[in-house]
Design a protein around this ligand. Structure first.
Ligand code: MAN
Length: 504
């Protein structure tokens, strides 16, 4: 019995010593509980876990043993892995930290309250930090004041711009509808006159071609008659053997094969075939053109193989010179179109000009509509404040590069002093969290990285008095991050005041 009493006494002493350690400035609340949660931790016989899952004796709160699944029974120790410790940070700003940071030998709270049992001395720096934070807040408040006014201005402009554009699109579409009949009419007229113009030109051209054909036929017939030495109305191999022009290998005689080459592979050609076989006639004509010289006796004697090919008396080549057919068909100028055709050409030119004029106007209107519709496809924020900034470019020099961002268009990296540009991404979308969507932009599909992804850029946006790039970095290869300030991101200072008030 005596022994039992001693144990009980020892237990009381241990608890009392734990209590002693609970010297803190949380008032009646257990250590680590924010003032806002005071009512939930009011001292009673029992404590109910905040998720309602369990009730435990109140003295098990902060007993360094985790009882509640949500960690709510250990706000002041590191016993629960999912619990939270609230630093009061008087003089600065209260802060919730994960329980695991309690007594981990690292000072997390500016008042040092998280290291209450580790032995680590954490100086209370809240008043200095608080002072700095208050100064920063005052500056930020002033920026918000100026920036928000500008944002309201931008918003007004943006709204005007988008409404005007919408109205414009309506007007332009009407204009387009109005232009359509005149455009159709002008096109119809142009097609109709062009049809007549083509017919008249064709007639003229056909007459000209018929004339050329006739002329060619005459020339061919004349040539045929000259080549038809034996006048049997056929040009045969024997006929051609009379002309040095067909002695392709220039051995002093025209062989069967050489002659055949000029008769398109045949042994003989009558006048119709000769005329028809345009190629044959042309080649013969050209042959005469390129070798107009008659064959001299001297030349014949010089040939080595005269003996072998037989006497020049019977089989040699005659001196007769065949005049090449005149090439008049190529040289003769096509006569000008007759007056009626010329009048039609003029009429068609005028119809083309009129159609072109109206088409250009129509296309201009159509392009303006398309540009406006494309402009309106973008999300310019809830108050359209980003609309006037579309296409605006800002630059920043960072190490060896100049970075440029053209809003809603693309991001670029340029070697300083160099000319070539690397595309860091085309406009993709707003990527901020649901409740602050317009705080981050994404640009992707940039130039491919060697052995890596296509370059892309995330633009993190904060309030500033002017739209400018303030920082650029490449956190991982070919993935860039820009920090952009802009009045379009400034929120209402009244809201800031409200929040500041709530925090206090
Ligand atoms: C260039 C620049 C860099 C990038 C490398 C990747 O030098 O675009 O930003 O990291 O290419 O090869």
């Amino acid at each position: 019995m005596h022994y039992f009493c001693i144990l009980t006494l020892l237990g009381v002493i241990v608890i009392a010593s734990a209590d002693n350690k609970q010297q803190h400035s949380y008032g009646n609340r257990p250590r680590g509980v924010a003032l806002l949660k005071a009512a939930l931790y009011e001292e009673k016989d029992e404590f109910e876990c905040l998720d309602g899952s369990k009730k435990i004796p109140f003295d098990q709160v902060n007993d360094d043993y985790c009882d509640c699944a949500d960690g709510s029974d250990e706000p002041g120790t590191s016993a629960c892995p999912n619990g939270h410790f609230h630093c009061l940070n008087i003089g600065h700003r209260g802060l919730d930290i994960p329980s695991s940071r309690v007594n981990d030998f690292i000072c997390d709270c500016c008042d040092g309250s998280d290291e209450w049992d580790s032995g680590v001395e954490c100086p209370n720096v809240c008043s200095q930090l608080g002072q700095k934070a208050r100064e920063d807040a005052v500056k930020y408040r002033a920026t918000l004041e100026v920036g928000f006014k500008q944002r309201q201005e931008l918003s007004k402009q943006g709204e005007k711009q988008t409404t005007e554009m919408k109205t414009n699109i309506g007007d332009l579409k009407k204009q387009l509808d109005g232009l359509q009949p005149s455009k159709d009419e002008a096109e119809k007229k142009k097609n109709e006159v062009e049809e007549r113009e083509r017919a008249a030109k064709d007639k003229h051209d056909q007459a000209w071609n018929a004339h050329l054909d006739e002329k060619k036929k005459k020339e061919a017939t004349e040539l045929f008659e000259k080549l038809d030495v034996d006048k049997d109305k056929k040009i045969t191999l024997n006929d051609l053997k009379n002309f040095k022009e067909f002695d392709t290998d220039e051995n002093g005689e025209v062989s069967d094969d050489e002659a055949k080459d000029y008769l398109s592979g045949s042994d003989e050609l009558d006048v119709e075939a000769f005329i028809d076989k345009d190629k044959g006639f042309r080649e013969i004509a050209l042959r005469f053109q390129s070798k107009p010289k008659p064959v001299t006796t001297e030349e014949k004697v010089d040939e080595d193989n005269i003996e072998e090919t037989g006497g020049e008396e019977e089989e040699g080549i005659s001196d007769e010179v065949v005049e090449p057919p005149p090439q008049a068909s190529d040289e003769e100028q096509k006569p000008p179109y007759d007056d009626a055709t010329q009048a039609l050409i003029k009429e068609a030119d005028e119809a083309r000009r009129e159609y072109q004029e109206i088409l250009t106007k129509y296309n201009e209107v159509e392009n303006t509509i398309q540009d406006s519709e494309r402009f309106l496809e973008f999300d310019y924020g809830t108050d359209h404040a980003w609309a006037p900034l579309k296409g605006k470019c800002v630059e920043l020099d960072e190490s060896q590069y100049t970075y440029r961002l053209c809003l809603f268009d693309r991001a670029v990296q340029k070697e300083r002093g160099g000319h070539s540009e690397v595309n860091l991404g085309h406009w993709k979308e707003w990527t901020g969290p649901d409740d602050d969507k317009h705080s981050t932009q994404k640009y992707d599909r940039g130039q491919s990285c060697w052995n890596g992804p296509e370059r892309s850029t995330e633009v993190v946006i904060e309030c500033g008095e002017e739209t400018k790039l303030v920082e650029t970095s490449e956190p991982s290869k070919c993935e860039y991050r820009f920090r952009l300030q802009s009045p379009a991101a400034c929120t209402d200072p009244a809201k800031f005041d409200e929040n500041a008030h709530t925090e206090l």
